[in-house]
Structures are given as C-alpha cells and as structure tokens.
Design a protein around this ligand. Structure first.
Ligand code: SF4
Length: 188
C-alpha cells in the first residue's frame, strides 16, 4: 500500500501542463490551498454532490483532469454548476478540498474570460445596483403595500448622492474580461 508520505514525495516531481498564456502560479495556488495530489479517485465527492444529482457536474472527473494537466477544465461550463455546499469538502477521505479547487478554477477561468453568463450577470448587478439579486418592480410594489419604503436603505437608494457608495463599489469591484480567451487547440 502506498503511504501518504510517498505520494507527497512523488507529487514534488509532477508539473502541470502550461503554455505561454497560462500562469502556473494559479496551479501553485491550488496546491497551496488544497491537497489536490492526494486524490485517490474514490468518487465520494461526486456521490455527495448536491448539484451533481441533477446536473452534469462530476467533481471527481474535474479533479482528475486537473491533476493530468487538462486545461479544458478552464473552459468547462460544469465548474460553474457547483453550489459550494461543501459536502464534498467535508466527506473527502483525503482532505483534497474539492470545493476550494473548483473555486480556484473559477477564479482562473474568469481571468481568461470564461465566466458563466449567469455569474457574469451577477457581477454586473453588483456593479450597477449594489445587489447580487436586484430589487425588481414587483418587490418594490410589495414593499410599498407592506408600508415600507420602496427601496431599502442600501447603496442603490443613495446612488444619486455625491460620493455615493454604489459608485465606489463599481470603481473598486474587479472588471471582468469581456471576451472569452481561447486555450490553444493543440494544448488541449
Ligand atoms: Fe478525490 Fe476526495 Fe473526490 Fe475521493 S472525494 S475522488 S479523494 S477529491
């Protein structure tokens, strides 16, 4: 039986596949924040996945592709199907921390412009309204019917004031890469 220390020693000699567009620091970050090399492909993460019961998300497969240096994971829409419920994180027998792996993959995919349309929309809402789920006309109407002000006292309510918080949010929130940057075909 292979002991963990032996596995860890072997991992020091392994390298992720990279190209000129690829920042290896990202995978170094994954190694630092998770235990990606300890994965034994037991499938507990996939079996525990709340999203995977209903969607194409296969966490075990994503971990495997990443370990093999398969950069197509950065263009895979499935990484955006994770709800970050952390069930796999808690149940993984090797403390791989799959949820954190997926979050790091999303961070890097976003840098390449591969953020999912829905997540892109949420960033836009945050910048424009200060809310990830903006208040719509129906909710405004309900608030008034309940005797509340139409808008709650959040940044959006004060958007027309000088030095308002919403402008500061928009200014300080990161800008998304507008167009998807393709990974070179030959590197897939
Ligand atoms: Fe790998 Fe952990 Fe998933 Fe098992 S539960 S396949 S060890 S990441």
């Amino acid at each position: 039986m292979v002991r963990i220390s032996e596995t860890e020693n072997k991992s020091k000699n392994r390298q992720y596949k990279t190209d000129s567009d690829f920042d290896p620091q990202y995978f170094k970050d994954i190694e630092r924040k998770t235990n990606i090399w300890s994965c034994i492909q037991c499938g507990t993460c996939t079996a525990s996945c709340e999203s995977g019961r209903w969607t194409a998300l296969k966490t075990r497969s994503i971990i495997r592709r990443l370990v093999l240096g398969d950069l197509s994971v950065l263009e895979d829409p499935d990484i955006w199907l994770c709800t970050t419920c952390y069930q796999c994180y808690e149940r993984c027998p090797r403390d791989v921390r799959p949820t954190d792996v997926i979050i790091e993959l999303r961070n890097y995919a976003t840098k390449l412009g591969n953020i999912s349309p829905n997540h892109r929309a949420v960033v836009g809402y945050l910048k424009n309204t200060g809310h990830a789920v903006p208040i719509n006309d129906a909710i405004k109407k309900q608030r008034v019917e309940l005797g509340l002000e139409e808008l709650p006292p959040t940044a959006y309510k004060y958007k027309d004031e000088k030095d308002d918080d919403l402008k500061n949010i928009a200014k300080n929130l990161f800008d998304l890469v507008p167009e998807k940057k393709k990974i070179k075909e030959e590197d897939k």
